[in-house]
Design a protein around this ligand. Structure first.
Ligand SMILES: [Zn+2]
Ligand SMILES: [Zn+2]
Length: 439
């Protein structure tokens, strides 16, 4: 068995891992790197034509958006994926296409997207598929709707690939399934792999968000929450709706912009994949937070109608301020001292979101520079494991060997060191070299 990392070695983004076992070649994830510029995995036509199957762990574009490119290069095999991930992929790939076209980056053809969708084979959690003598099984990863960890059984070994993982409960998910995940080899994400990476519980983070939003609304401003379309946005919206419903924060419209509304519909349609409390609440209490009357969408293209709703809260893509309608709100509100931007998740190096967090107070949108007088805050509502969770995860897997991926260089290194100390032979995966997993 051997592995070649084609993307997401010592970086977050463009996840693509080529696994060879039992004479078969399987690509685990096919993502595009998001940041100041798009980055693509090192997948060549030769590699694509040698593939027997592709597995997609979840819909975030750093794991899924390169999939149509494989079909453009001639791939014609199965893509193993959960059904909710397929549903979300359709929304995300449409969003990617629109932004990529604006940036003159690779834009998948309609035919390639259709081909990708036609070749999808659904696997639910706990279900297995065979690719020759290789068996793959999905387990809930607790990260976003439909997210999966992948167990690969081949050559009398068990390997587990975490995808993006969150073992802790969130408002929407009950946390990754850690039952029966023991394996000889662990390939683990490392986004928060440094011992100093400690994240608050979703309840603590939710309260911080509510406090911040309440203060902004009470001072008559707009709370602007840049967000990924999928995962964080739904956690944020349901958290705000719950606080407003209980009266803990003033009842104002929740403006939802970008692809978030579409993704909300997909979350609702796949509600049985979410925490039991969510769907039982809908069935028994006759209250459906996904269809909350507080949720409003802008009616005008220039979003000027939203200014009439002052004070209120706005949840909009993109999460790192690299594009999307959130920039329109920033243009309108950059000088508004009563308003606030509340960043909620990972900000890649070089993105406007990261620069604001690092103290920059001038940002460029298109041709214009803006002096930022709007407040900037950070509330960490992560959908990822923190350091302690990653250690707990490795303890559940109990591997002999571990490879750390999907983290900035200091993160993959720190996690590999920590795993070494626990008696696991661990290394930070290098890009584009074969790693022998055989012996
Ligand atoms: Zn993800
Ligand atoms: Zn990721």
């Amino acid at each position: 068995m051997r592995l070649r990392i084609l993307g997401a070695a010592k970086e977050v983004g463009r996840s693509a891992l080529l696994l060879e076992a039992e004479g078969k070649r399987i690509l685990l994830d096919a993502g595009v790197g998001v940041g100041a510029e798009y980055k693509y995995p090192l997948v060549t036509p030769e590699i694509v034509n040698s593939l027997d199957a592709v597995v997609i762990t979840h819909a975030h574009i750093d794991h899924s958006a390169y999939l149509p490119r494989l079909f453009e290069m001639g791939f014609s095999g199965n893509v193993y994926i959960t059904k909710p991930t397929r549903d979300l992929f359709q929304v995300l790939v449409a969003d990617y296409r629109r932004i990529a076209a604006e940036r003159n980056a690779w834009t998948p053809s309609t035919e390639a997207v259709t081909e990708a969708l036609r070749h999808m084979a659904f696997l639910d959690y706990g279900e297995s598929a065979r690719i020759g003598d290789v068996r793959i099984t999905f387990k809930d990863a607790g990260h976003i709707l439909g997210s999966a960890q992948v167990i690969v059984e081949a050559e009398e070994k068990r390997l587990i690939y975490s995808g993006d993982i969150n073992p802790r409960p969130s408002r929407l998910h009950s946390g990754a399934d850690l039952e029966g995940i023991d394996a000889d080899i662990l390939i683990t994400e490392s986004t928060y792999g440094h011992p100093e990476d400690r994240l608050p519980s979703y309840k603590t983070a939710g309260k911080q968000l509510a406090d911040s939003v309440r203060a902004t609304i009470e001072s008559g401003g707009f709370a602007v929450i840049p967000s990924f379309a999928i995962g964080r946005a739904q956690e944020v919206i349901l958290t705000l709706d719950a606080y407003m419903r209980s009266g803990a924060i003033p009842d104002v419209p929740i403006v939802v912009d970008g692809m978030i509304k579409k993704a909300l519909r997909i979350y609702r349609a796949n509600v049985l994949h979410l925490r039991e409390e969510i769907w039982k609440g809908i069935l028994l209490n006759d209250y459906d937070p996904f269809r909350s009357e507080r949720i409003v969408v802008p009616r005008r293209l220039d979003r000027s109608d939203i200014l009439e709703l002052r004070p209120t809260v706005i949840v909009s893509t993109s999460g790192m301020l690299t594009g999307g309608p959130v920039l329109r709100y920033l243009e309108m509100l950059a000088y508004d001292e009563r308003s606030k931007i509340i960043l909620t998740g990972y900000q890649a190096p070089g993105t406007p979101g990261r620069r604001l967090l690092e103290g920059a107070r001038v940002i460029r949108i298109g041709e214009k520079s803006y002096d930022i007088r709007i407040g900037v805050e950070f509330v960490h509502m992560s959908a990822h494991a923190d350091y302690n969770d990653l250690i707990r995860y490795a303890d559940a897997v109990k591997p002999e060997r571990a490879i750390t991926v999907h983290g900035e260089p200091d993160r993959v290194d720190a996690l590999a060191k920590a795993l070494e100390k626990r008696g696991i032979s661990a290394e930070a995966g290098e890009l584009d070299v074969w790693i022998d997993l055989g012996a």
